[in-house]
Ligand binder design. Sequence first.
Ligand code: NVA
Length: 205
Amino acid sequence: MIRTYGHEIAEELALHSDIPVINGLTDRYHPCQVLADLMTIREHKSRLEGLKLCYIGDGNNMANSLIVGALKCGMDVSIACPEGYTPHQEALDYAATVTDAKFTLTTDPKVAAVDADVIITDVWASMGQEEESEKRKIAFQGYQINDELMALTAPGCMVQHCLPAHKGEEITEAVFEAHADEIFDEAENRLHVQKAAMVLLMGNQ
Ligand code: NVA
């Protein structure tokens, strides 16, 4: 497993490796976290296919992996990011190949949130972007999961956050606390779903 910054570093390791390489997080993708998110959504909603997943915020590694992972599971995906912070072209190109689920990219969180069954966000400045945090606080104004946005979602909409959360920035304290059980199930499921990944890659089949 490699957890690093530049995605090309993980790709180079995989190129030279004759054993499976797990992406533990790169600047471009965060597949292990998204497996935990998908597991948690299925745990709470009993299915994935046909549900609408909405992501609000930075078009970062979480957004990219959610696009790929949720579309692969037959979920509709809507993403709201400010201009200049859109998901990676590779993830958008993948979305363009999917025909059995809907994909929407917008700059308007209120458009993205309509009828969502699960709504997800992430910090405005990820690991390694700390020096950009003041600039990002301005760019991401309005990209917050709050009661007003939750009112637009489907009844029983879940909230997921990969943590640590910056309450008052990408999510309000009220929404976080109202959905803390779902968010902490998501954190717990990192352990279980990563064990599943290891069984698939290293277990006797
Ligand atoms: N976007 C975040 C994900 C951490 C779980 C980061 O890269 O810091």
